[in-house]
Design a protein around this ligand. Structure first.
Ligand code: F6P
Length: 544
């Protein structure tokens, strides 16, 4: 069966409306409605979202909101917030909002209040982080810990790594390192820089069976045991996981386990014990601010009307751009160097959540899902892929993210960041006509054939949509709110597409086949396809 979404009245109406709007220009919409910038924007939690540079008008917005109602978005938001088991293929809730619920509040997951146990783990994390940070926690020979390494991958790496990077100016704990790739170059490059007596390893894995993480963890353990006895493991290894049995099997004392729960999805987990590296590096207070910012965005998401709701608006505009205007991919341009790792985190969030070919009922999707997300920080990206954004044949909508506060004493740099960010979105919208190019080149003295040949290369079509998201500063609080904003945006898209955003079966087949390939490398017949067998043979012959 195929999903009937694309035949629904709200979908059809949007298709018709897109037909009508497609020939129009965004700058033309401004001419007709000078108040457009005020009307097509929304603010909350210190954030200001300007979506006036989208090819959308009042009717379009009304029809998108009608689609959200048709898809019962308010009901789904309530179900998410109530901790219902909306991850239907795994029979679990997706209760990441409970991780940032304040002490003393109540949040149920499948009927039971989980806030007390969340707070208990937070308190244990805080106690452990404080002991590491104040030097009370000692290594096997009595020295303090100078370096902490988080071993994890996917959701057990992206979130804490990104937050530690984004807030690194505020880091005042031990040096923090991250190892995720099973490529020995990562851990192999790090070990010579570490002192086994002064290094603590956090092994973070929801399942505690992930091949890459367990391989890196075993390598770290062997390295420690080359320098110390078995008893040193208790002083140098802690685990963050849902799987107590596997932790004990690995040899980590259960007393050194920081627990989270199956209702926390990997890509939604940085707010849980998975955030331990953040607490160690920045302290419990900063971690609390991160949670508080996320909570402010949760409250906005749960209680604001849909037409003022930032995650809802951003998701509906993404659906508009991809499903109705048929634009290419979603570009992220964060005008903040410290958000360099944000896009990797966001890619897992969006593509693991919404990269699905069937809806919740297992019916084949008849429309595109998952906004293919990519990008980099501005202004660097202006010197890389912005050429394509301005003049490439396909339109790729952009989210410009712009924190306003300058680094102390570097105001001139921030002025340039702001100017560049706004200039790019304006250029994408306005473009440059052949007539204007002709005038500019003629004024410089170019004429005749040379002029005619030059013109097409210098024309910008314009009419390329973008959002601009302003935030006052990139501190823990606003970072928390920013991440929660994109989490909720992802969820809203999934509701529109009728997708379960919280499973990820698509990563399983590759994991299984990697085991088969490993066995085949040992000479066991695994029934692999001829191409893979030929590659294995080539590898065998060429491997040093
Ligand atoms: O990539 C698949 C995945 O299951 C992610 O969803 C998860 O974040 C990652 O692997 C790591 O899993 P774990 O935390 O169990 O090691």
């Amino acid at each position: 069966m195929t999903s009937t979404l694309v035949q629904s009245p709200a979908w059809r109406r949007l298709q018709n409306h897109a037909q009508a709007l497609r020939p129009q220009r965004i700058d033309g919409l401004f001419e007709r409605d000078p108040d457009r910038a005020a009307e097509f924007s929304a603010s909350s939690a210190g954030f200001h979202l300007d979506y006036s540079k989208q090819l959308i008008d009042r009717d379009g917005l009304t029809f998108l909101l009608a689609l959200a109602q048709q898809q019962r978005l308010p009901e789904w938001i309530a179900r998410l917030a109530a901790g219902e088991a909306i991850n239907s293929t795994e029979g679990r809730a997706a209760a990441h909002m409970a991780l940032r619920a304040p002490a003393g509040s109540r949040m149920n997951v499948q009927g039971a209040d989980v806030v007390p146990m969340v707070q208990q783990v937070l308190a244990r994390m805080g106690g452990f982080a404080a002991r590491l940070r104040n030097g009370e926690w000692r290594g096997f020979d009595g020295q303090t810990i100078t370096d902490v390494v988080n071993i994890g991958i996917g959701g057990s790496d992206f979130g804490p790594r990104m937050v530690c990077e984004a807030l690194r100016e505020q880091a005042d704990g031990p040096r923090m390192h991250f190892v995720s790739n099973v490529d020995g170059a990562e851990i192999g490059g790090l070990l010579p820089r570490l002192d086994p007596a002064r290094t603590l390893w956090i092994v973070t894995s929801k399942t505690f069976t992930t091949q890459e993480t367990m391989t890196n963890a075993r390598t770290a353990r062997s390295w420690l045991l080359q320098h110390a006895g078995q008893e040193a493991i208790a002083r140098h290894f802690v685990a963050v996981s849902t799987n107590r049995a596997e932790i004990e099997r690995f040899g980590i004392d259960a007393a050194n386990m920081f627990e989270f729960w199956d209702w926390v999805g990997g890509r939604y987990s940085l707010w849980s014990a998975v955030g331990l590296p953040i607490m160690v590096s920045l302290g419990a207070e900063r971690f609390g601010e991160l949670l508080a910012g996320a909570r402010a965005m949760d409250e906005h998401f749960i209680s604001s009307p849909l037409d003022r709701n930032l995650p809802v608006l951003m998701a509906l505009l993404a659906v508009w751009n991809f499903n109705f205007l048929d634009h290419g991919t979603q570009v992220m341009a964060a005008y903040a160097q410290r958000l360099e790792k944000f896009i990797g985190w966001l890619q897992q969030l969006e593509l693991e959540s919404n990269g699905k070919g069937v809806n919740r009922d297992g019916e084949e999707m008849a429309c595109r899902t998952a906004t293919v997300l990519w990008g980099d920080v501005g202004s660097n990206s202006q010197h890389a892929f912005f050429q394509m954004l301005h003049q490439g044949p396909r339109v790729h909508p952009v989210d410009f993210i712009l924190p306003l506060q300058a680094m102390p004493g570097l105001e001139e740099h921030q002025n340039l960041m702001i100017a560049n960010c706004l200039a790019q979105s304006a250029a994408l919208m306005k473009g440059k006509t052949a007539q204007r190019v002709r005038e500019e080149l003629s004024a410089k003295g170019m004429q005749g054939e040379a002029l005619e040949e030059a013109i097409p290369h210098r024309v910008f079509a314009g009419n390329r949509p973008s959002n601009t998201l302003l935030l006052p500063r990139l501190d823990a609080w606003h970072l928390g709110a920013l991440l929660a904003l994109y989490e909720h945006r992802t969820f809203v898209e999934s509701v529109i597409w009728e997708i379960n955003a919280f499973d990820q079966w698509g990563v399983e087949l590759g994991k299984q086949l990697a085991q088969d390939v490993l066995k085949a490398m040992d000479g066991q017949d695994q029934g692999l396809d001829p191409s893979t067998l030929a590659l294995l043979e080539k590898i065998r012959l060429n491997r040093a």
